[in-house]
Design a protein around this ligand. Structure first.
Ligand code: G6P
Length: 612
C-alpha cells in the first residue's frame, strides 16, 4: 500500500513533497518520510505517525534540495517506527515503495552474504541494496535499476533518487499504479494524479512492467523488455484543491450528508428521469460488450464495503433478471478455481479502483474469458483502465477511510444495471421498470429524510459506546446491510461487531445474547419482516437489547418489543438498502465520536489497499 511521490524542479522539493503526501494520506498514514539531495548527498527526514509529525520535523530541520522523493506508509513488513519509515537508503540511492516484495527474505540473505548491512525490518530495504550492489560493480543508476527490477517478485511501484544525480529520478511500476507528471521545467512521479494535481494536469500512466527515467526535461519510458515506449499524455481532472470538511467535524460526517446529492448524480447518469427508464448508455464508458440474454451467470468480486454492495446486487440480479450470481470476496475469487463458463459477465466493484485483490480478480476473470465490467469511483484507476466497460459512480472524492457515500452510489449504479438486465431478459416489463426507476428517483429525498434521524441516533450511540460487542441482524438484502453496519462500527469505534443473517441467529450467535448485548435489527416492512420479528423475539426472550431499524408499518407491528426503534421513510422494498445504510453509518459514526477515536483515519486501516 502506501503513497509515493517524486519531484524534480527548481524550487525546494520538500514543501511540494509534503503537499503531495497530504493528498496520498488516504493510502496509509502510520509514518512518512522524504529524501532530497543536499550538496549532492542523500538527506532524509522521517517521522513516526501522522504526516504532521514529519511536517514539524521539517520545520525544525528544513531541506533545501530541489529534487526529492516522499512516502506515506501503511506498514506491511516491520512496525511503523521512524526507522522503518521510507525512504530507505544507502549512501548511493534512496527508494520509496508501494507494495510488497515477496522474495525479500531470500534477497536479503544473498545481499548480506555480499556484505550489505541492513538497518530496518522492511522488505523495501533490499531494493536499495540491490541497486547499490549493481552500482558498486560499475553500473549507471539506470542500468542498476534495470538489473534490479527483474529480481523482485511481487507487486510494487517505486521511485528512486541517487546521490550526486541532481537531474535524475527513476520510477517503476509492476502491479501498483504510478503516474508521471509533466510540468514546466519540472517533472513528477506519483501514485496517482490527485497527488500531482497542484503541480500539473498533464500525466501519463505507466503500464504494468514499465519503468521511467525522469529528468527536468522530460521522461523516457521503457517497457519490461527495455524498449523505449510512448504512453499517452492525458489531461487529469483531479482537483487542485485539498478537499475540506465543510461545516462538519469529520470527512466521514460530510460524506454521509453528501449522499442525497451524490446518489442523485449517480442515478441521473444512468436513468432517464422523465421517461422513467434505465438508459445505461448515458453513463457507461463504452457500449455493453455482451447481451444480458446470452449470459448464464454473473460473478461479482470486491473487498470490504464494496463487497457488501455486490452482495446486495446479487439479490437484485437474481430477482429482477433471474440471473444466477456468485459474489466473492476478491481475495478468495481467483484462488477458488471457479468454473466461469466462456463469455459470461464478471463485475468488479471498487471505490478506489486500485484494490490489489480486486484488480487481480479482474485479471483472472479476463484470462478466463469473462466480459469485465467495473463499478468504480475513480475513473482513471487501474481497475477502470483494465475493464471492458466502466460504470462510474459519481460519489466524488471519498476521504474518510470507512466508506459511506461510495457504498450508496455503488448500490445506485448496480440497481440500474440489474434493472437493465431484467428488462433485457424479459423478466421485468415496462411497468416494473417504471416502478423501480420511480423508487430510485425518490431516493435522494428519502436519504435526506433518513439523515434527519441523526439526533435520535446520537442518543442511541451513547449507549452503544459502552458496549463490548454488538450484533447486527437482517434478512434478504438487509443481510449484507447488517454485515456492512457491523463493519462500519468495528472499523471506526473498535467495538467488536458481527453481522448475521437473522435466520442463522439460532445456529450459534444466540449463545452470546444476554442483557449486555445490543442487537441491531435491520428490517423494513417487507415480505421477510414477519420472519425477522420471530428472530427478534428469540433475542428479547433472552434479555437482549433490541434496536430496530424499520419503517412506519414495521414500527407499529413490532411496537413494545424493542428498546429503541429508528423509523425510516417507507420506500419500495427493492431499494431499501440505500436508505437503511444511512442509520447504520450514523450509528457507527456517533459511537466512534463519543469514544474519541480517529474517525477519518482509524488505526491500522487505509483507504486504498494496494497489497494482497
Ligand atoms: C479498504 C477500505 C474500505 C473499502 C475497501 C475496498 O478496506 O478501508 O472502506 O471498502 O478497502 O476498497 P475499494 O477502494 O476497492 O472499494
Amino acid at each position: 500500500m502506501c503513497g509515493i511521490i517524486g519531484v524534480i524542479g527548481n524550487e525546494p522539493a520538500a514543501p511540494q513533497l509534503i503537499d503531495a503526501l497530504k493528498r496520498l494520506e488516504y493510502r496509509g498514514y502510520d509514518s512518512a518520510g522524504v529524501a532530497t539531495l543536499e550538496a549532492g548527498k542523500l538527506t532524509r527526514r522521517r517521522a513516526e505517525g501522522k504526516l504532521k509529525n514529519l511536517e514539524a520535523r521539517l520545520a525544525r530541520e528544513p531541506l533545501k534540495g530541489t529534487i526529492g522523493i516522499g512516502h506515506t506508509r501503511w506498514a506491511t513488513h516491520g512496525r511503523p517506527t521512524e526507522n522503518n519509515a521510507h525512504p530507505h537508503a544507502t549512501d548511493r540511492v534512496a527508494v520509496v515503495h508501494n507494495g510488497i516484495i515477496e522474495n525479500f527474505a531470500e534477497l536479503r540473505r544473498e545481499l548480506e552474504g555480499n556484505g550489505a548491512k541492513f538497518s530496518t525490518e522492511t522488505d523495501t530495504e533490499v531494493i536499495a541494496h540491490l541497486v547499490t550492489d549493481a552500482m558498486k560493480r560499475g553500473a549507471s543508476a539506470a542500468d542498476a535499476v534495470k538489473a534490479a527490477l527483474p529480481r523482485l517478485r511481487g507487486a510494487f511501484a517505486l521511485a528512486f533518487l541517487f546521490a550526486g544525480e541532481e537531474d535524475l529520478l527513476i520510477g517503476a511500476r509492476r502491479g501498483s499504479p504510478l503516474a508521471v507528471g509533466f510540468g514546466d521545467g519540472s517533472m513528477y512521479v506519483g501514485s496517482d494524479a490527485i497527488a500531482l494535481a497542484p503541480f500539473t494536469d498533464t500525466v501519463s500512466y505507466l503500464e504494468d512492467g514499465d519503468w521511467v527515467i525522469v529528468t527536468r526535461k522530460g521522461a523516457q519510458i521503457h517497457d519490461t523488455d527495455g524498449k523505449i515506449v510512448q504512453r499517452a499524455k492525458l489531461k487529469s481532472q483531479a482537483s487542485v484543491l485539498l478537499i475540506d470538511k465543510g461545516n462538519h467535524r469529520h470527512f466521514m460526517a460530510k460524506e454521509i450528508f453528501e449522499q442525497p446529492e451524490v446518489v442523485g448524480h449517480t442515478l441521473a447518469h444512468y436513468l432517464d428521469m422523465t421517461a422513467e427508464r434505465v438508459v445505461l448508455s448515458k453513463g457507461l464508458t463504452a457500449p455493453l460488450p455482451f447481451d444480458f440474454k446470452k449470459l448464464d451467470r454473473i460473478s461479482i468480486a470486491a473487498c470490504g464495503t464494496a463487497y457488501y454492495a455486490g452482495s446486495v446486487a446479487r439479490y437484485w440480479f437474481e430477482q429482477f433478471a433471474h440471473l444466477p450470481v456468485e459474489v466473492d470476496i476478491a481475495s478468495e475469487f481467483r484462488y477458488r478455481d471457479v468454473p466461469l463458463g466462456n463469455g459470461n459477465l464478471a463485475i468488479f466493484v471498487s471505490q478506489s479502483g486500485e484494490t490489489a485483490d480486486t484488480l487481480a480478480s479482474l485479471r483472472y476473470a479476463r484470462a478466463h474469458r469473462q466480459h469485465v465490467l467495473s463499478v468504480v469511483n475513480v475513473p482513471t484507476s487501474s481497475i477502470a483502465r483494465e475493464s471492458d466497460v466502466v460504470m462510474p459512480t459519481l460519489a466524488g472524492p471519498e476521504i474518510g477511510v470507512a466508506s459511506t457515500k461510495a457504498f450508496t452510489c455503488q448500490l445506485a449504479a448496480l440497481a440500474a444495471l440489474a434493472i437493465a438486465a431484467g428488462r433485457a431478459r424479459g423478466v421485468l416489463g415496462e411497468a416494473d421498470e417504471k416502478a423501480l426507476v420511480r423508487a430510485l428517483i425518490e431516493m435522494p429525498r428519502h436519504l435526506n429524510d433518513a439523515l434527519t434521524l441523526e439526533p435520535q441516533i446520537e442518543v442511541i450511540a451513547r449507549d452503544l459506546a459502552k458496549c463490548r460487542d454488538v450484533l447486527y441482524l437482517g434478512r434478504g438484502t438487509s443481510f449484507p446491510l447488517a454485515l456492512e453496519g457491523a463493519l462500519k462500527l468495528k472499523e471506526i469505534s473498535y467495538i467488536h461487531a458481527e453481522g448475521y443473517a437473522a435466520g442463522e441467529l439460532k445456529h450459534g450467535p444466540i449463545a452470546l445474547i444476554d442483557e449486555n448485548m445490543p442487537v441491531i435489527v435491520i428490517a423494513p416492512f417487507d415480505k421477510v419482516f414477519e420472519k425477522t420479528v420471530s428472530n427478534m423475539q428469540e433475542v428479547a426472550a433472552r434479555g437482549g437489547r433490541l434496536i430496530l431499524m424499520t419503517d412506519a408499518k414495521g414500527a407499529s407491528a413490532a411496537a413494545g418489543q424493542t428498546a429503541e426503534t429508528i423509523v425510516l421513510p417507507t420506500v419500495h422494498s427493492a431499494v431499501a438498502p440505500l436508505v437503511y445504510a444511512v442509520p447504520a453509518q450514523l450509528l457507527a459514526y456517533h459511537t466512534a465520536v463519543i469514544m474519541g477515536t480517529d474517525v477519518d483515519q482509524p488505526r491500522n486501516l487505509a483507504k486504498s489497499v494496494t497489497v494482497e
